[in-house]
Design a protein. Structure first.
Ligand code: G3D
Ligand code: MG
Length: 177
């Protein structure tokens, strides 16, 4: 039997400068292929990954949506941006506590459009350990409120970046099967 294939759309949400664009860049690296949709204020990238599953795994064709200009991200655009998303990476900056506090609003905005889809919480900039103000307990608390996993990532060193996207893909694949 042929390996199973899936197309999935995922979104990254979080305040400006938490590292969303850098995380995506780090993840897609060699497969740099993206498109800026100026009318939406969003950028779309693609990458194929394989996750565990029957018959040697499942090939997942990921379309990754990145918000540009979080501040001016209008209510009307949220609908189009989040529409059809099957998974979400909710990103905060470990050196700025308010970015975790604000994540609740972002997640609520997505869930309103997508319904209950898999979400993984990322505490980014883990390389700046000495400037960390968001604790493991803080991040875990936010994630657990949604029954979601969390990870400490660094787009700078690459730590846990691949893991984060793969984890989300795996959750989406499991949900679909
Ligand atoms: P955004 O897309 O969420 O708005 P960006 O955030 O990806 O544009 O990143 C915002 C700034 O944070 C950038 O710095 C970027 O280099 C930095 N950054 C992103 N991820 C990390 C990380 O894991 N560790 C560290 N130390 N910095 C990170 P500049 O100075 O270019 O604005
Ligand atoms: Mg960005």
């Amino acid at each position: 039997m042929d390996r199973q294939k899936m197309k999935v759309k995922i979104c990254l949400v979080g305040e400006g400068a938490v590292g969303k664009t850098c995380l995506i860049r780090r993840f897609i690296q060699d497969q740099f292929d993206d498109r800026y949709i100026s009318t939406l204020g969003a950028k779309v990238s693609k990458k194929e990954i394989r996750v565990d599953g029957p018959n040697g795994g499942i090939d997942i064709d990921m379309t990754i949506w990145d918000i540009m200009g979080e501040k001016g991200f209008r209510e009307l655009l949220k609908e189009a941006y989040f529409h059809g998303a099957q998974g979400v990476l909710a990103v905060c900056d470990l050196t700025r506590k308010e970015t975790l506090d604000d994540l609740g609003d972002w997640v609520a905005a997505v869930v309103k459009v997508t319904g209950n889809v898999p979400i993984a919480y990322l505490g980014n900039k883990y390389d700046l350990k000495d400037q960390m103000v968001v604790s493991r307990a803080d991040l875990q608390g936010a994630a657990q409120a949604h029954g979601s996993p969390y990870l400490f990532t660094s787009a700078k060193t690459g730590e846990n970046v691949e893991v984060a996207f793969s984890k989300l893909a795996q959750m989406i694949a499991q949900r679909a099967s």
